[in-house]
Each structure stands twice: as structure tokens, then as C-alpha cells.
Design a protein around this ligand. Structure first.
Ligand code: HEM
Length: 538
């Protein structure tokens, strides 16, 4: 017989099932001794000093001293809720993942977030919103870690530290706390034509959602679905809110943020408490898994591009309902660890170079954020499918693993754990041809067009939405101290659309600019440097 199934509860040692649940009637120390007084420290006489011998004082203060864990390096500000996903069965013909089966109900946990502000920042910042969903499926946990915008700032994950360093508050004064009016952000954006598409979404009304309940979600990258029998398709995931997509204006956002910086988290929690459960339909745009992975000239591996829904409609595949608030924000919303690596049989990644980098980053950051490699054992992160991973020991290990042979093959634990044959619902990495020449630090030619899609977005806006967008660019760039940055970005806007470039130039009181011609990579570093100049007043 093999090792016993691991139950990370400590039950094997005779300890209570739930660790330190704080449910007993009497106040105790952490090791269970009852206390008579937790209000006065042990002193040498009534007027002190406090004695080092006061074990209760030291335990209480020392534990408090270590209550905080690092906030997420991005998406620090967020709020979560539990719910259920019910498959429509429509995706079963394109994916063998059980989560999509007709009427199959799967528990989920969702965390909505802003990207750039710190954990205590205001909810109504102009920023992208995270929309991360953990599906606790019978076949393992699937995380769809998306945003409320369908495209991203950069095309290659190696530039993620760059865009985040530029977007986070200035290193000297830590101002501003969110993506709003600062030189480093606009310096980066103006030097990166690839960032224009995501930026125009941010500057549009989409940048300030009315409510998490009224927000779309996007998987952004193209994923690969694998059907029973092995046929594959490429898909883009979309969440469509039943309440529709709504925003607030900049002026409304200022008032709301001032009166109630918790507005979005309060709105979500209040709605759920009142029984007005928010719902989203999950849908997919489906593309043929062709050799070059393009659709009508759009490179599906380029995360700065979308495929218009007029060309490929979103097919609904299931419904998510959020119906339960958290009871412990720390244990659920803070400790949840989303990870694009969490895939299940029937859902796989593609070679999108942004997604490929994410597959490394989340696992890596959670080792430091959650103090070691065992975060999968935290209750919110536990798989609802049986786990036998042969991972052992490590910081904050709470499981008591049985057996003596955590390796394969072995002849001591009865050969356990067994591998699942590929055709019996194991996860299989879908085989993909690679280029003949490997090891190239290059961007493909098909990633070079940076203006036609922001233009498409601009042209899709109504007149009032265009006004808001031009006003947002004007306001934000107006707060830039460096005139070169302002001019460089207005040239990018002119390349998106002459009307946009003109409106923002007028708003800023500068002459109309010629459209930018070259992607930023073609700007000579020395020329770029000489344009940067002084970025902050002394
Ligand atoms: C966190 C989405 C790109 C690194 C998050 C979260 C979301 C998200 C929703 C918050 C998860 C939560 O609520 O706990 C996205 C999307 C991206 C993207 C949609 C692009 C399409 C990247 C890239 C990297 C990255 C390129 C790095 C190479 C991180 C890290 C965290 C994070 C380190 C913090 C995770 C944690 O501490 O638990 N991202 N992200 N992201 N993201 Fe991304």
C-alpha cells in the first residue's frame, strides 16, 4: 500500500482538525494555557519596568509585530468573493475540461483589484482592474488571471519590471499612488508605441469602472483548448457582466474617492449581502489553430491586439454567480495566490511572450509574498481535487506526509503515486513546433503595428466618450513636468488619430504635432536620453 493521503490539518498527530481556530470559550496563550489577565503587562511593581519574563506580553506583541505580509508587488489593492460557475456545455465540443460540461457546478473565488496603488489606496483610481478567478474544479484548480481590458501595455514579459517601475509612484516621493499624472509613466508610454493601445483604454471611460459588478473581464492572451480526441482551437476568454458595463466620470470619481475610498469593495460586499448576486457570462472567441496563429492578419500571440467582436462574436460557455462574501479578508483575499500555471486537462497556454513570462513570475513572487513554497496548503489555495504531489518539507509546511518514498518509481510505498495515462484525463502539454533558429532576442514583424488598433478603439467611441478620452489625456499630460514627454506622447496620439492629437495639443496649449513615425525601439538611446531632460521640479 502507498503513503496515506495527505491531510494538511495536523489530524495525524491527534491535534484538532482546524489549527488555532480561536473558538474556545477561554482566552489562552498560543500553546493553550488559560490566561487570567491580558490587559496589564507583568511589571516590577505597579509602576514598572516591564519584566522580560512576561511570556504572554512577548508572545502577544511579537506575533502582532509580524502580522503583516508583503503586499502584492502589483495588484496590491483588491477585494474578493466566493461563488459558483455553471457550464452551459457549449464548450464541451472544443475542450475536454470538465468545468465546461453542461450544468456542471464548480466553486470559484474571484479577486478584483487595481494594479498600481498600494493596499490602502483608493478604489476609484484611473487604472486597469484585475479580474482573477480561481475555479476549484474536480480535475485540479484552474486560474483565469485576467484584467478588465482586453490588451496589455507590453508584448514581452521581460519588459514587465520596466512598465511597473514606470507606473508605480515616483521613487523619490512615492507620489502619485495610482496611475495618474506622473512623468515616469508618461515617459515610458511615450517611448513605447506598443503601450498606446492599453493606454487609450485607460484614458477612456473604461479606466474608472462604476462597480466591479459592472466590469467586463478578459483573459487577454490567446489560450489553446483541447477537445476529447485531441483537436485544438485557439480562444480568447471574455467575462460579460449581466448588469452591463458602466463607468463613472473623472469628476464623479474624485467625489466618490474622497467620500468613500472603499466604494468598490463596499459596493460588491453590500450587493452580495443584500442577495443581489452579481453574475458574469464566460464566453470565448474561437479561432482555428492554424500554423501561424493569426486571424485576418492579427497575430493572436500579440497581447497588445484584440480581435473585434464584430468579426468573431463571443460564444457564451457558462455563468458565474458571486454569492458569498469573505469572512476573513486576510485568509481569503490576501492569501489567495492566483497563477496562470494552474491549468487543467483541456486548457493550455500558447507562446504569447507575455503569457510565457507570467508562467514564471507568479510562482516566483508568491514564494516571497507567502513565505516559502507551501502556499498551496493555505485553505483558500487548496485544490478541491485530491492532491498527491510528492512535494516535501519547506518553510511553513503544515502537512504531515505519510510514506517513505516521495519519488517515482519506488518499490517501498507500493509504487505510489501512479501516473495517469495520457488519454485518461491527465494534463498534457500540447506539442508545438518551434522555430528552426532558437535563442533570438527579437520581436516578430507581425508585432510591429502599434497604431491601427488604438485607432480602431478611438473610432469606436461615441462623441462624448471621445471628449472624455481627450480630456483624460490632456489632464494627465498636463501634470507632466517634462515638456519633451508631453510632446512625444502627443505625437503618438496624432499617429493614432489626427483629431485626438489636435484636441490634446490644444488642451495642453502646445502647437499641433506631426504624428510619431517610428516605434520607440527605433529611437536611438542617446536621442531618447537627450529628450528626457528634467522630470521633477526641485
Ligand atoms: C498579479 C493580471 C501581466 C506579474 C496579477 C493579478 C492579476 C494580474 C489579475 C492579481 C491577482 C490577485 O488578485 O491576486 C495580469 C494580466 C496580465 C499580467 C491580465 C497581462 C495580460 C503580468 C506579467 C507579469 C505579471 C507580464 C510578470 C512578468 C504579476 C505578479 C503579480 C500579479 C508578480 C502579483 C501576484 C501575487 O503576489 O500573488 N496580475 N498580469 N503580470 N501579476 Fe499580473
Amino acid at each position: 500500500s502507498g503513503p496515506e493521503t495527505v491531510t494538511p490539518t495536523g489530524a495525524e498527530t491527534g491535534a484538532p482538525k482546524t489549527a488555532n481556530a480561536q473558538q474556545g470559550e477561554y482566552l489562552t496563550t498560543a500553546h493553550g494555557a488559560r490566561l487570567s489577565n491580558s490587559d496589564q503587562s507583568l511589571k516590577a511593581g505597579a509602576r514598572g519596568p516591564i519584566l522580560l519574563q512576561d511570556h504572554h506580553f512577548r508572545e502577544k506583541i511579537s506575533h502582532f509585530d509580524h502580522e503583516r505580509i508583503p503586499e502584492r508587488v502589483v495588484h496590491a489593492r483588491g477585494t474578493g468573493a466566493h461563488g459558483t460557475f455553471r457550464g452551459y456545455g457549449t464548450a464541451s465540443k472544443i475542450s475536454r475540461a470538465g468545468v465546461f460540461a453542461k450544468d456542471k457546478e464548480t466553486p470559484v473565488f474571484v479577486r478584483f483589484s487595481t494594479v498600481l496603488g498600494s493596499r490602502g489606496s483608493g478604489d476609484l483610481a484611473r487604472d486597469t482592474r484585475g479580474f482573477a478567478t480561481k475555479f476549484y474544479t474536480d480535475e485540479g484548480t484552474w486560474d483565469l488571471v485576467g484584467n478588465n481590458m482586453p490588451v496589455f501595455f507590453i508584448q514581452d514579459a521581460i519588459k514587465f519590471p520596466d512598465v511597473i517601475h514606470a507606473g508605480k509612484p515616483h521613487p523619490d516621493r512615492e507620489i502619485p499612488q495610482a496611475q495618474s499624472a506622473h512623468d515616469t509613466f508618461w515617459d515610458f508610454v511615450s517611448l513605447h508605441t506598443e503601450a498606446q493601445h492599453h493606454t487609450i483604454w485607460n484614458m477612456s471611460d473604461r479606466g474608472i469602472p462604476r462597480s466591479f459588478r459592472m466590469m467586463e473581464g478578459f483573459g487577454v492572451h490567446t489560450f489553446r483548448l483541447i477537445a476529447e480526441g485531441g483537436k485544438t482551437v485557439l480562444v480568447k476568454f471574455h467575462w460579460k457582466p449581466k448588469l452591463g458595463t458602466h463607468s463613472v466620470t473623472w469628476e464623479e470619481a474624485q467625489l466618490i474617492n474622497g467620500a468613500d475610498p472603499d466604494f468598490h469593495r463596499r459596493d460588491l460586499a453590500d450587493a452580495i449581502e443584500a442577495g443581489a448576486f452579481p453574475q458574469w457570462e464566460l464566453g470565448v472567441q474561437v479561432f482555428e489553430d492554424n500554423e501561424d496563429q493569426t486571424f485576418q492578419g492579427i497575430d493572436l500571440l500579440d497581447p497588445t491586439k484584440l480581435v473585434p467582436e464584430e468579426l468573431v462574436p463571443v460564444e457564451p460557455i457558462g455563468l458565474m454567480t458571486l454569492d458569498k462574501n469573505t469572512t476573513n479578508f486576510f485568509a481569503e483575499t490576501e492569501q489567495v495566490a492566483f497563477n496562470p500555471n494552474n491549468l487543467v486537462p483541456g486548457i493550455d497556454v500558447t507562446n504569447d511572450p507575455l503569457l510565457q513570462g507570467r508562467l514564471f513570475s507568479y510562482l516566483d513572487t508568491q514564494i516571497s509574498r507567502l513565505g516559502g513554497p507551501n502556499w498551496n496548503q493555505l485553505p483558500i489555495n487548496r485544490s478541491h481535487a485530491p492532491v498527491n504531489d510528492m512535494l516535501r518539507d519547506g518553510m511553513h509546511q503544515t502537512a504531515v506526509h505519510g510514506g517513505v518514498a516521495p519519488y517515482r518509481p519506488n518499490s517501498l510505498d507500493g509504487g505510489n503515486p501512479f501516473e495517469t495515462p495520457a488519454d485518461e484525463r491527465a494534463f498534457i502539454d500540447f506539442p508545438q513546433p518551434v522555430a528552426e533558429s532558437v535563442k533570438e532576442r527579437k520581436r516578430p514583424q507581425s508585432f510591429e503595428d502599434h497604431f491601427s488598433q488604438p485607432r480602431l478603439f478611438w473610432l469606436s467611441l461615441s462623441e462624448v466618450e471621445r471628449e472624455h478620452t481627450a480630456q483624460a489625456f490632456t489632464f494627465e499630460l498636463g501634470k507632466c513636468w517634462d515638456e519633451n514627454i508631453r510632446i512625444r506622447q502627443v505625437r503618438n496620439l496624432a499617429a493614432i488619430d489626427p483629431d485626438l492629437g489636435r484636441a490634446v495639443a490644444q488642451g495642453l496649449g502646445i502647437p499641433e504635432q506631426e504624428p510619431a513615425e517610428t516605434p520607440a525601439k527605433d529611437v536611438e538611446p542617446s536621442a531618447a536620453l537627450s529628450q528626457v531632460g528634467k522630470t521633477w521640479p526641485t
